[in-house]
Design a protein around this ligand. Structure first.
Ligand code: 1GP
Length: 243
């Protein structure tokens, strides 16, 4: 099944685990993969706002050697490209007004992506204010949508869908103090027909459940999994049980 078909499958709410390839050792990656396999996680996202080691491809290969779960690159910049991934979230940062993040970097990456033949998933990436400055905001030189401005988020997502983007990703930023509000998730999900990813600051299975019940189709967990890997099973079970 193409990865995008999996994203669209309405019969199951999904969990993606984010791995920042810079941080873990090989042994830690393998332990994370083992836990993700056991928990029946739906996707691995690999990437980071700023990578300081040459670890991306190694991490992807390691995951793929030990798991059938699709691995997608969630790129922080146009250097984060690899022929070894299963899919690539081609992010257009539609909450911002930085042309480099809307189209500039994509022009540089496009010929390599074509060469590598990755499945490309055009994604409207929306940064939502989470109470503190985030790496994404600083690195992308964009202003997030204010936390309580649901209407702006709704109209931005709708415009993204009308432009032909295939996913919307509501992002509070890794380690966010507060996640995207359920009210914003609900309004955005009602406005669009394409799948909705929500991530950033989701610390407990209960918070994940609230986001899914509000309308998220896919939940991304990074920091919580790094801090408490044993929680993954509960995250997955909670999300998968919601109809
Ligand atoms: C960040 O949405 C992801 O891009 C995950 O965030 O690390 O806070 O789970 P956390």
């Amino acid at each position: 099944m193409a990865i995008y078909d999996k994203f669209q499958d309405k019969t199951r709410k999904k969990l993606a685990v984010l791995i920042d390839p810079d941080k873990p050792t090989d042994a830690q990656i393998l332990s994370m993969v083992e836990k993700a396999n056991a928990a029946d996680v739906d996707f691995f996202f690999v990437g980071g706002s700023l990578l300081v080691t040459d670890s991306l491809e190694h991490c992807i290969k390691l995951i793929k050697e030990h798991s059938q779960i699709p691995v997608l690159i969630f790129p922080g910049n146009s250097l984060q490209i690899s022929k070894y991934c299963d899919g690539f979230l081609l992010l257009s940062l539609i909450s911002g007004r930085n042309p480099e993040m809307l189209i500039g970097r994509h022009v540089i990456a496009a010929p390599y992506l074509k060469l590598y033949g990755n499945e490309i998933i055009p994604t409207g990436y929306m940064l939502i204010d989470s109470g503190k400055a985030t790496s994404v905001s600083y690195m992308s030189d964009t202003t997030p949508i204010p936390h309580d401005k649901d209407d702006i988020a709704m109209c931005t997502a709708l415009a993204g869908e009308m432009l032909g983007l295939k996913l919307i990703y509501l992002e509070a930023g890794s380690g966010a103090l507060m996640p995207v509000s359920t009210s914003m998730i609900s309004k955005v999900s009602q406005m669009i027909n394409i799948p909705l990813i929500v991530g950033g600051g989701i610390k407990t299975p209960e918070m994940a459940a609230e986001a899914v019940k509000a309308g998220a189709d896919i939940i991304v967990i990074g920091t919580a999994f790094e801090k408490e890997p044993e929680l993954l099973q509960k995250f997955a079970k909670t999300i998968h049980e919601i109809k």
